[in-house]
Design a protein around this ligand. Sequence first.
Ligand SMILES: C[S@@+](CC[C@H](N)C(=O)[O-])C[C@H]1O[C@@H](n2cnc3c(N)ncnc32)[C@H](O)[C@@H]1O
Length: 288
Amino acid sequence: MRPKGQQITNLKMLLFGVFLAFFVLFVLRSGMPSSQESPSPTSQPGVLNPKKEARETNCSQACTQIPRSLTQALVHYTTSTITPQQTRKEISVSAKVLEKKSPCNFLVFGLGHDSLMWSALNYGGRTVFLEEDEAWIAQIKRRFPMLESHHVTYDSKVNEAANLMEVGKGPECTAVGDPKFSMCQLAMKGLPSEVYEIEWDLIMVDAPTGYHDEAPGRMTAIFTAGMMARNRKEGETDVFVHDVNREVEDKFSKSFLCEGYMKKQVGRLRHFTIPSHRDDLDRPFCPE
Ligand SMILES: C[S@@+](CC[C@H](N)C(=O)[O-])C[C@H]1O[C@@H](n2cnc3c(N)ncnc32)[C@H](O)[C@@H]1O
């Protein structure tokens, strides 16, 4: 039998050993990244890691900071002397719809001084601009590289509008289908594939130019917007047409987006809400 003093010493040594083991383990763990915190390419000193920052700051800074693209839009419109062509009242019509639907898919015919605004109002969504003027696209891209735009060509002119109005009444034009494969002369077929694949929640027709006889005119853009809306799998599409004071925009929007689908007109802007026609192919082209 060991003396009592020796036993007490051994017990003390054991307790100290256990304490030391826990201490070493603790020091090692706190110096190592956890599995959820595995180093990412941005987790270097001086480089922001938004997720880590949000956790460390308890979300107070990272979550409330204004996104960079919105800052750019704010600074641009505050310092620019050029304002968009649509009036405040006209802009408010689509802005109200975006308030409800954003972030969503927003297709805009025309690249202009309002583009950065549409993109900012649909923050977090997909806003795509279709533009006929390549030089204008290049100019806008230099200033606002974050905007997504595609070049498109129009193969008709304002002076062909009367003939195209008749063409649009044919069965190949009133049928529900993908404009990409449509036999209708008014359906735009040369758009980027993605534009046909995406289900657009909002479509704004504010281009191409249409203020003289030789200009491309908005006949095909208005018609294609209506066809895309009817061909949506389900739900509705909000379609806006600007410059309805002009004959082409007035007649083509009434005929192909339908007076029965018109929600309102404010100034030179008309708003239509077009339901999907896919679930009921017997539905008339325009509501009766
Ligand atoms: C009626 S404008 C649409 C303008 C737009 N709502 C705005 O507020 O700027 C339609 C077309 O005009 C042309 N456009 C507009 N602004 C332009 C500019 N500053 N320089 C060249 N072309 C321009 C583009 O081809 C555009 O698609």
